[in-house]
Design a protein around this ligand. Sequence first.
Ligand SMILES: NC(=O)c1ccc[n+]([C@@H]2O[C@H](COP(=O)([O-])OP(=O)(O)OC[C@H]3O[C@@H](n4cnc5c(N)ncnc54)[C@H](OP(=O)(O)O)[C@@H]3O)[C@@H](O)[C@H]2O)c1
Length: 234
Amino acid sequence: MPTPIHLVTGATSGIGQATAKLLVEQGKRVVGIGRSIERLPEGVEPAQLDLRDVSAIKNFFQSLADDQESIASLLNSAGLALSSRISDGDPDDWQRMWEINVHALALCCQCALPLMEEDGLIVNVSSQSGHRVPSAGGFYAPTKFAVSAITEALRKELRAAGRRVRVGAFSPGFVDTPILGDYLRRNPDREQQLRDAQALLPPAAVASLIVSMINQPPEVEVGDILVRARGQVS
Ligand SMILES: NC(=O)c1ccc[n+]([C@@H]2O[C@H](COP(=O)([O-])OP(=O)(O)OC[C@H]3O[C@@H](n4cnc5c(N)ncnc54)[C@H](OP(=O)(O)O)[C@@H]3O)[C@@H](O)[C@H]2O)c1
């Protein structure tokens, strides 16, 4: 049987990329999902997928099943943070965020479950914006509240079904990744203000926390990690 894989969506950038890199450094077998697979860290096996494409997601997991692969962990890190307000934002932006942040994440959970090792782990990347609504967050925070709710709903479904697969969320504040440019596009000075205030988490620090969730013994199920840089006020 092939070595179980650690599957990472969003492995081509930011949090997912840093986590995939660290997992490889720890000797784990990692498959990374994204469109820009040329940006995958060295040693990560590529899975070029557009997560808006439901059939492509299903076909990908079917191909894993056909190859008798099993999944040790799934990190759902792919996401969009478009600055798009409820009052006047573009509904197309809402739909794009919903497709990736919510629908694709839930579908990846569902498709991965039949392939998960008995004590496997799913980590869904939520956000501080899955815990409190920022004043300028628009439609992004609703997608992240949905991630927290999906994670808790899935945990209860798994326990009710007597399955041992664990599921948890990871909820960072601002992390120094390319997504910030989109999130702060209405307020371009804000990124420099955050840097000056040391309010950005380094992706490598975030990755080490996620990997610590993955490396917990099977008895331990981390529910959520809420983390922010020291300089982030709210
Ligand atoms: N950075 C922060 O401040 C922060 C804070 C809280 C939570 N988060 C959350 O952390 C997660 C990762 O964000 P990040 O900061 O690492 O952002 P990032 O650097 O922009 O990475 C986003 C990832 O999502 C993937 N992605 C986007 N659209 C996709 C699509 N249609 N199909 C497949 N993959 C797609 C991208 O891959 P391709 O472009 O290669 O397809 C990329 O790997 C997100 O869920 C975000 O909401 C971030």
